[in-house]
Ligand binder design. Structure first.
Ligand SMILES: Cc1ncc(COP(=O)(O)O)c(C=O)c1O
Length: 372
């Protein structure tokens, strides 16, 4: 029998997808997409064939923004944008729009993705790294009290969840009057947030939001006015706000699926429900690691272990390929660690049912029993 997702409730047998992104999407969302693919809302057209300036697509855009605003209780003085170029283009747009002449920008380095953000920002603006997890071998988060002074910086950028290292901040940094900028690519929609603590939040879509092709940006409107004069219009938040994120043709299909995902999150009980599930899922897998007597290892400071991405190693490296092969055969897919660090990585985003965490933990125990 083929292993497939056959219902919104995951009938047996099933495949579980632990990809870090593009990642699995909620089964009910996928089923809705399938049902509507050839005929969207009785129009006789697919949404893929529908103009981005039609009233039909306009309703999708409005609903997506409304649902996002309800979920996070986004204040009116914050704009919501859906922009092309992924999270990586936001590395640049943040620096081009928020930096001020003659003033440094401040960054916290906690691993692979914050390093990427720093390198990209450095291409266009001066950057001061005010704290680094390097001394902790990127297994922990530098305590706020140990950061260098950044009180004169144009903004402070950090990465609340490091997708590759598997580190997640257990606090929101206090920055007083300095705008706080967060790359939430791998933890967006996973818990409620006090939006007012942030100047700007961005997230690539392809994990908790939908398929690839867009980045969500939530930006305080006054910050969107700061862009340096030479910033091209296409890369200016102010212009994108004015054009409803449509300075050019957007990836409409991605936007449509994001809208369905946002509606699904609301139906499921919102961000509190997502946070409860994330805690429950990740606890199951960390317990399987910690109870394995050293067969599996995750060296991250337990206080900042990620709820979304769980990297781990086997006590003998030679067993890793076997583990991944047998997991694949058992229907546990895309568990290979990022090429930069190797090992195994289980990503447990919002769409992952609790059964997916249990299936992985059960497989890990069995594998350890046979290979220990
Ligand atoms: C935390 C984080 N930031 C940025 C990115 C880059 O995203 P994109 O490929 O959309 O540019 C990723 C991708 O996995 C990520 O996990």
């Amino acid at each position: 029998m083929s292993k497939a997702r056959v219902s919104g409730t995951w009938d047996e047998p099933v495949v579980f997808n632990y990809s870090a992104g593009p990642a699995m999407l909620p089964a009910p969302v996928m089923q809705r997409v399938q049902a509507e693919l050839l005929d969207y809302a009785g129009s006789g057209l697919s949404i893929m064939e529908t103009g981005h300036r039609t009233s039909g697509f306009g309703e999708i855009v409005e609903r997506a923004e409304r649902d996002l605003r309800v979920l996070y209780d986004v204040p009116e003085d914050y704009a919501v944008l859906f922009l092309q170029g992924g999270a990586s283009l936001q590395f640049l747009m943040v620096a081009m729009n928020l930096a001020r002449p003659g003033v440094p920008t401040a960054y916290v380095d906690t691993g692979y993705w914050s390093a990427k953000a720093i390198a990209a920002a450095r291409e266009v603006r001066p950057v001061k790294v005010v704290a680094s997890g390097a001394a902790l071998h990127y297994r922990g988060v530098p305590q706020r009290s140990q950061w260098a002074d950044f009180s004169t910086a144009a903004y402070l950028h950090y990465t609340p969840n490091e997708t590759i290292h598997g580190i997640e901040f257990d606090y929101i940094p206090e920055t007083d009057d300095v705008a706080l900028v967060a790359d939430m690519s791998s933890c967006i929609l996973s818990r409620p947030l006090p939006i007012r603590r942030f100047g700007l939040i961005y997230a690539g879509a392809q994990k908790n939001l939908g398929p690839t092709g867009l980045a969500l940006v939530i930006v305080r409107r006054d910050l969107a006015e700061r862009a340096a004069a030479e910033t091209p219009a296409l890369l200016r938040y102010r212009d994108q706000i004015g054009a409803g994120s449509m300075l050019n043709t957007p990836p409409t299909f991605t936007w449509y699926v994001i809208g369905l995902v946002l509606a699904w999150v609301r139906e499921q009980g919102g961000l509190e429900a997502m946070a409860r599930r994330a805690a429950a899922r990740s606890r199951i897998v960390y317990e399987a690691i910690d109870a394995s007597g050293g067969f599996y290892r995750n060296a991250i400071d337990p206080a900042v272990r990620s709820r979304m991405n769980i990297p781990f190693q086997l006590h003998e490296e030679r067993l890793e390929a076997k583990f991944l092969r047998e997991a694949e055969t058992a229907g546990l897919k895309q568990l290979a660690g990022h090429r930069a660090v190797g090992g195994v990585r289980a990503s447990l985003y919002n769409a992952m049912p609790l059964a997916g965490a249990e299936a992985l933990a059960g497989f890990m125990r069995e594998f350890a029993r046979h290979n220990g």
